[in-house]
Ligand binder design. Sequence first.
Ligand code: ZN
Length: 233
Amino acid sequence: FTDHLYTALEQARINCFTDDDELPRGRDISTELPNAIQQSRIFIVVFSKGYASSSWCLKELAEIVRCTNAIGRILIPIFYHVDPSDVRKQTGTFAESFIRHEEEYQNDTERVRSWRRALTRATDFSGYDLKAVNGYESRLIKLIVEEVWLQMSSREPPKCYCGLRTHLTTSWTDDNPGRRFFGCARYGEQSHCNFFDWYDLPICERGAKLIIEMREEILEMREEIEMLEGQLH
Ligand SMILES: [Zn+2]
């Protein structure tokens, strides 16, 4: 599932990384993770049945939750074959995992408590439950990609490489007709700033073709109206 989600996000030109390919496992989380986390705007946490059995996942979650509290990052919890209330209250399979963690960290009960708090806090964010889409993973992925886009687009215009506030501009290329992007405010004025960041979601091939055809038709009709108006005078 995470593999398909990753691919869908990449296809939507959303820069992302998964913890298992960018963060070497086993290395000290306190030095590796904060860097990766500080460069991220949105965290997607997939809670599966085995999630709580991994102390790596729980450590990571505690760090993510700390960042959402401290620097207002967004967390999107995904409930993948797990009941949100099991995550929230650490019941069901999550309860079994915590029995083991509590045995293992007998001398560090605060650590285990912080993991419990992180799980509870994570469920405060609005998320997605696979059950709600009748188990259709592709539908769930589509919803997540749209949500990420929405969260990224509702942001303030970013600054370009010149340090200026970017302008929202509409693209009229064949691939992306009518799709808006943030671009350099001095674009065209001999500025060599190539800053570019999409604002709208990608348009499907069929949609792009239709938009171009309709736009051409409208332009032709406008010309025709002008011509007819000229004949009237
Ligand atoms: Zn610029």
